[in-house]
Design a protein around this ligand. Structure first.
Ligand SMILES: [Zn+2]
Length: 320
């Protein structure tokens, strides 16, 4: 509501309405507008200055935090890379030699790295990020190769475990039951036939009824009576190995049966062409007879084994 102003007129001794001229009003309005403009400009300038300062502080804080996190990330990457290199070294220098597998060549480990290191164009503007990303991608590739390598080694372990379990590796007669071992592999005089012929195995002298053990995991290839071998069991161990157990008093496995190393398959006897109770034991590798004496590593100490080898050299007798 507009209020009428009054001024005292000394000449008339009265208060009279005060009128402001249009010019004065315009001038005042101009001054007011100018003042308003200056005030608004000042505020705006102050806002800009203050706002920028706040943004800068926040940016600096954010930058410090990012740098700190970045450093932690780099340390973590270094540690992971060191761990990966340990895995690779163990793979090449420990597991593969044990499993008789060739080491992976460096070229195989790095094969295809160039193709997998696809650095996005926008990242290439930041060398530090590009470098780290390249490192991370290379690690990813090496991990993939290592993972595949371990899968391959696992398959190899399974095969080797089966192979080791199948390989003839013990004596078919327990040392406690053994009366004498005729280490006679090769050309010998046959005591029954009275002629020299190839003696294809070893003769374990033991009492009739002494248990005979399968010397490795396998499958019974045959179990029958033969005029020469008497009651005989053939075991196929796979991986090229076969064993034969002859002159048994009886066998207790059948053709096609799976057997485990150390399983009793029959008992010592004197059947077939035999000059006394004993087990005639043969080992074949890829169809060729080999000296079973080389397959007793689980039963003998080094000294006992050397003694056995000496005995085998000098012993010229067989029981069949
Ligand atoms: Zn024999």
């Amino acid at each position: 509501m507009f209020k009428q102003r009054y001024t005292y007129n000394p000449e008339t001794c009265h208060y009279e309405p005060h009128f402001v001229s249009g010019k004065k009003v315009r001038n005042r309005l101009m001054v007011l507008m100018l003042f308003s403009f200056l005030l608004a400009s000042g505020c705006y300038y102050f806002y800009l200055q203050t706002g920028e300062a706040i943004d800068l502080v926040q940016l600096k804080q954010s930058n410090r935090r990012l740098k700190s996190q970045w450093a932690l990330l780099q340390d973590e990457m270094k540690q992971q890379k060191t761990e990966l290199q340990k895995f690779i070294a163990e793979d090449d220098q420990l597991y593969r030699p044990i499993l008789e597998a060739d080491s992976l060549a460096k070229t195989e480990r790095l094969a295809g790295v160039g193709g997998t290191l696809r650095i996005p164009e926008e990242v290439k503007a930041y060398p530090i990020i590009e470098h780290s990303l390249a490192n991370a991608l290379q690690m990813k590739h090496e991990l993939t190769v290592e993972y595949e390598s371990f899968e391959q080694l696992q398959k190899l372990v399974n095969t080797k475990t089966k192979q080791w379990a199948s390989r003839p590796a013990i004596q078919p007669i327990d040392n406690q039951d053994l009366v004498f071992l005729y280490g006679t592999f090769g050309m010998r005089l046959n005591p029954v036939l009275g002629i020299y012929r190839l003696h294809k195995g070893l003769d374990f002298k033991a009492k009739t009824g002494t248990p005979i053990y399968a010397t490795g995991d396998g499958e019974v290839l045959d179990a029958y009576y033969s005029d020469s071998y008497g009651n005989v069991v053939y075991i196929n161990h796979g991986f090229g190995f076969e064993t034969r157990y002859a002159h048994m008093v009886r066998f207790i496995v059948n053709k096609g049966e799976k057997v485990k190393r150390g399983q009793v398959i029959g008992y010592v006897g004197n059947t077939g062409t035999s000059a006394g109770e004993h087990l005639h034991y043969e080992v074949l590798y890829r169809g060729q007879h080999i000296n079973p004496i080389h397959f007793f590593q689980r039963d003998l100490s080094n000294q006992e084994y050397q003694k056995l080898l000496e005995l085998a050299k000098n012993n010229n007798t067989t029981l069949d």
